[in-house]
Write a protein that binds this ligand. Sequence first.
Ligand SMILES: [Zn+2]
Length: 310
Amino acid sequence: MNLIGSVSLFIFTFFSMCNAQNNSNTGKYNKLTDEETRVIINKGTERPFTGKFYSFYEEGTYTCKQCDAPLYRSTAKFDAGCGWPSFDDEIPGAVKRVTDADGSRTEILCANCGAHLGHVFLGEGFTAKNTRHCVNSVSLNFVPNNKTKVKTETAIFASGCFWGVQYQLDKAPGVIKTTVGYTGGTVKNPTYKQVCTGLTGHAEAVEVVFDPEKTNFENLCKLFFETHDPTQADGQGPDIGDQYRSEIFYLSDEQKAISEKLIGILKGKGYDVVTKLTPATTFYKAEDYHQDYYDNNGKTPYCHAYKKIF
Ligand SMILES: [Zn+2]
């Protein structure tokens, strides 16, 4: 990534961390396709009559494509015949209005993440509220009323400097969110400085929240083994100390069994695996400046490279 890219990513992420409440407390947003980026980031407009929500009237909530913040209820949707989804009201506080770059229209943005939604027009007389939010379908997702929230699962891995572990796990398909922190020790609410002494019993670890319909613990556990050296006993790479140990903090008997199975496979291949298996206890989130460290600083890990061993 070039310098300008790194700086803008940093500013963007910093801004998100300060303001966001939804899918963004680690600065992480949903990945956008090229067309979504063109509309949401570069303030483009989708072709009229082509969007998936133009002629769409199911009951539910329209959310921000980038950050999942709820924006509009289906009860506010109406047909304006204009070619884009139209709403005569937003969920209170969800949409920000700014004067468009053309100086005349009013642009609407997701109040949570700043995603470009479209424009708002007043006084056209379509509905009693006399307001038309003209929104790109591409800027929206839809959550039906009858669908319960996506079920997620969690896994916790330690394999050395948590910056690198997070960098690798965060990119895996099906991963919703990763958080770096400390676990496995005896000190409550430890600081980085305390953990660095190697005396707290805590390991630098990464908590991974994933969508079990898109991936599973076994896939992530394989990736864990393939992005560090599970045979190194005194730390990981150049990072020496108890806090850099290789350890899986399992959250279920199933996770434990899968971990044992994979360790058995590796031992069968001649790897002298030292990875510990421990029931998960309290996971203490690390300081904000450690979260998404490599992405925020435009660097790549020195100690966690992918190597296929399964
Ligand atoms: Zn948003």
